[in-house]
Structure formats: structure tokens, C-alpha cells
Design a protein around this ligand. Structure first.
Ligand SMILES: [Zn+2]
Length: 427
């Protein structure tokens, strides 16, 4: 009989890479402070970070009690298994995953996402991706870190540790602690060039303590140094690994994880503003925003579905809220559609396709449930619209924009929440 119960150890699949290789996370412990070690984002040329992660996993498997009870530690040995297999820094479609994140959310404009990036040795190339978080691996790490307190992004090779570019005290402190314990230099910034779309900057903008240790060499795993760095972080969870914090938007409290999802997926423009405090549901929490209702299901932690917009579009199809004659619900011609879904028989094209892809696609909006058609929208104008499972898109001819209709606001009205109070909230 063990003297002390060992911390839970398990292996889970975060998702599949662009070429279908599994991205694996190994979990040690189940405390509230989630620390994620993300290794080998840069594939083949930085494969020593992959070997390092495998050694770390072996170490914590043998010594699970070294993870304090307040922490759950995850180690992802490679976020870029395609780049590792193909021996390239990039993912399978030639994108630099550490330049592909939406870093436009922080207060530092100089690190904003750009398709043109500085890469290894300062080589300039158009490898930032076609839009922020265009790549499946970027989307998977965005989802997996949603409830994280800290993130350590292992790279090589420079022999230094740096935190997020924008001032974030826990990130700066974590970088200093890690550098000192590992025997690497601490640098406030990556000294060689400006990194745009970097994972550390994206993470810190959501309140996650985020650092990038660069191993000294490209060939050794430098296991002892990095184990010491990680152990120094594990020893100070309260200072270095802040729990996600609730935020106030307008004058309404938004629970921490719902806020992070809202912020990371487009904020007010995509979901609108919160209309009421979060409400308990049978599976967790839900909060209604002007354009969506965001549902938190704690049972789905560590999956891409911890937070999801409710199926408000389905209810609108059932009620035919926007009308639409039967033809718009008939299966589309798959041969002419740029993107066609056999499961619902409907297609996406042009402006709606572009908006859907750039703002989270299937996970955020669901499948299309109709073709495009003309209807009267909530603002009383005739516009081109389309039903989706979790939204209704409307096309604004005047500025060429796409905006999701205010389905959250409408659903509160239907549920009998005081319309007089809600009216001024709609914009
Ligand atoms: Zn790297």
C-alpha cells in the first residue's frame, strides 16, 4: 500500500495535426493551477526540445509526487508532429506556428500578427499564416490553454529565457525564476528581432503566465537544466501561476473562462456584450451575450469543447425567425460550392465563408443549416442572411462586413427577460 496516493497520471490526445498525427498531452496531478509545457513547436530543427519533453515525461512518471497538489502539469512533447516528421520548422502547410497566433489582443501593437514574419536567424518570410490562428495546431493550443495558469514554450537554441513582450508580472517573474534555476540567461525580450504572432504573447494577453525558454544547443536535451527550471516554477504556484480571473465587461461580471473564450474568439464583434450575469445550467454555466450564449461545461475540460456557443441558430431555424422559403433548406449543389457539408447538405461561399473560417468555423458557428437568402434582420433592414447551428450571419452591403445576428438578445426576449431593460443594450 503506498504511503501517499500518487497524483493522477494520464495521456490524452489534444487533437490531430494538419496531416492527422496525434498531438499528445501527458498529465501529472489534478490541482487547480494548470501549467502546460508546450514543446517542439518548431519541428525538426528543434527536435532536442522533443527529446527533452520525453525525458521530462519519463521523470514525472517515475516521480509523480514532485508535482504539488495545487498543480496539474501537462507536457506536450510536440505541438508540431508534422514538422518533426518532415524535418521542417514549419507545419505541413509551411506556416510558422509560433507566428500564427492572434497577438492583437494585448496592449503592444508592435507584436501584432502579420503574414510577413521574422523567422530563425531573422530570415523574413510570409509564413505567418493566411490569418491569425489559421492552422489547426494553433487552434488546438488556443483551446487547450483556455483554462491554463501558466505556459512554458520550449524552443532552441539561444540559451536564454524571455517572457511575453507586453508587461505581465507573472510572466516576467516566471522567466526570471526559470532562467536562474536552469542556468540560462534571462532576457526581458527576444534580443534578435521582433516576434509577431508568438504563442507567449498571445497567452499572456489572456492572463496566462507565459515564457519561452530557448535551449543553449540544438543537439542536447539539456534535461537537468530544464527539469530544474520547471521544478522552480512548480515550487511557487501562487506567485507564478495565477488562477484565471473573472472580468467585468460593461458592468457585468464575466466568469474567467467564458471571458477568455469570448476575448480569444473575437469579443464584442463576434459575440456582442454580456446581457446578464452567468446562470447555472445542468452541466455548468451559461452566459448570454448580444449575439450568442456561451456555455461552460467543466466536464469537457482539456477538450476543444469546454466552452461552446449554444445552438441558438437551430432554434431560429425551427421558429423560422428569419423566414426563408423551402428552397433555401434544400440541399445545395455540391459541385459549385467552395465549401460544402454533406452532413447538412449546405454550402458556404464568399463573404460568409471567409467570416466563418476566420472566426472559429465549425466549433464556434456550427454547420450551415440553409443556403443564403434575403430576410429582414433585427435592425429592420433587408439583408442577405444564412442560418448556422449556433448563429445567423447577416451581410452588410454598405461596408461589406458580416455580423452575427443578436440571437442572444432575441432568446432572452423570448424567455421573458424584461425587454425594457434589454433594449438599450443592443447596438
Ligand atoms: Zn523555435
Amino acid at each position: 500500500m503506498p504511503a501517499q496516493a500518487a497524483a493522477p497520471v494520464r495521456e490524452l490526445t489534444v487533437g490531430l495535426s494538419g496531416q492527422g498525427r496525434p498531438i499528445i498531452a501527458n498529465q501529472f496531478g489534478d490541482g487547480p493551477h494548470k501549467l502546460v509545457v508546450v514543446s517542439n513547436t518548431h519541428g525538426g530543427p528543434e527536435q532536442n526540445t522533443y527529446w527533452l519533453a520525453l525525458q521530462l515525461i519519463e521523470h514525472f512518471r517515475a516521480n509523480p509526487k514532485q508535482v504539488p497538489p495545487s498543480i496539474r502539469l501537462y507536457i506536450i512533447p510536440t505541438l508540431n508532429p508534422d514538422g518533426l516528421a518532415l524535418n521542417t520548422r514549419f507545419d505541413a502547410s509551411g506556416v510558422d506556428l509560433n507566428r500564427n497566433m492572434n497577438t492583437n489582443l494585448d496592449a503592444c501593437p508592435e507584436n501584432d500578427w502579420s503574414i510577413t514574419v521574422n523567422g530563425a536567424r531573422g530570415i523574413v518570410s510570409d509564413t505567418g499564416g493566411s490569418f491569425p490562428e489559421s492552422q489547426i495546431e494553433s487552434q488546438l493550443i488556443r483551446d487547450f490553454l483556455l483554462d491554463a495558469s501558466g505556459a512554458i514554450f520550449l524552443h532552441s537554441n539561444a540559451g536564454l529565457v524571455f517572457p511575453a513582450l507586453c508587461d505581465h508580472a507573472p510572466s516576467i517573474q516566471m522567466a526570471q525564476v526559470y532562467a536562474e534555476a536552469a542556468g540560462y540567461l534571462y532576457n526581458r525580450f527576444w534580443p534578435n528581432y521582433l516576434i509577431t504572432g508568438g504563442m507567449h504573447d498571445w497567452a499572456a494577453s489572456l492572463g496566462i503566465a507565459a515564457i519561452t525558454p530557448e535551449l543553449l544547443t540544438a543537439g542536447d536535451s539539456e534535461f537537468a537544466q530544464n527539469l530544474a527550471g520547471i521544478q522552480a516554477v512548480l515550487a511557487q504556484p501562487e506567485a507564478l501561476l495565477p488562477l484565471p480571473e473573472d472580468q467585468v465587461v460593461g458592468d457585468i461580471v464575466v466568469p474567467a473562462l467564458i471571458w477568455r473564450y469570448w476575448r480569444a474568439h473575437g469579443g464584442e464583434a463576434v459575440f456582442g456584450l454580456p446581457l446578464q450575469p452567468a446562470q447555472p445550467t445542468t452541466t455548468g454555466l451559461a452566459q448570454t451575450f448580444t449575439r450568442a450564449r456561451l456555455e461552460l461545461q467543466p466536464d469537457l475540460a482539456d477538450t476543444s469543447f469546454l466552452i461552446q456557443p449554444a445552438m441558438l441558430g437551430v432554434a431560429n431555424v425551427q421558429a423560422r425567425s428569419y423566414g426563408g422559403d423551402d428552397t433555401v433548406f434544400m440541399p445545395a449543389d455540391s459541385s459549385t460550392a467552395p465549401l460544402f457539408f454533406a452532413s447538412t447538405g449546405h454550402s458556404l461561399r464568399e463573404a460568409f465563408l471567409n467570416y466563418w473560417q476566420r472566426h472559429g468555423g465549425l466549433k464556434v458557428f456550427g454547420y450551415p443549416l440553409s443556403e443564403e437568402f434575403t430576410a429582414t434582420t433585427a435592425d429592420g433592414q433587408r439583408r442577405i442572411v444564412q442560418y448556422f447551428e449556433r448563429a445567423v450571419f447577416a451581410y452588410y452591403l454598405d461596408d461589406g462586413s458580416v455580423r452575427p445576428e443578436p440571437l442572444g438578445w432575441q432568446s432572452l426576449l423570448r424567455e421573458g427577460v424584461d425587454a425594457h431593460w434589454l433594449a438599450p443594450q443592443v447596438r
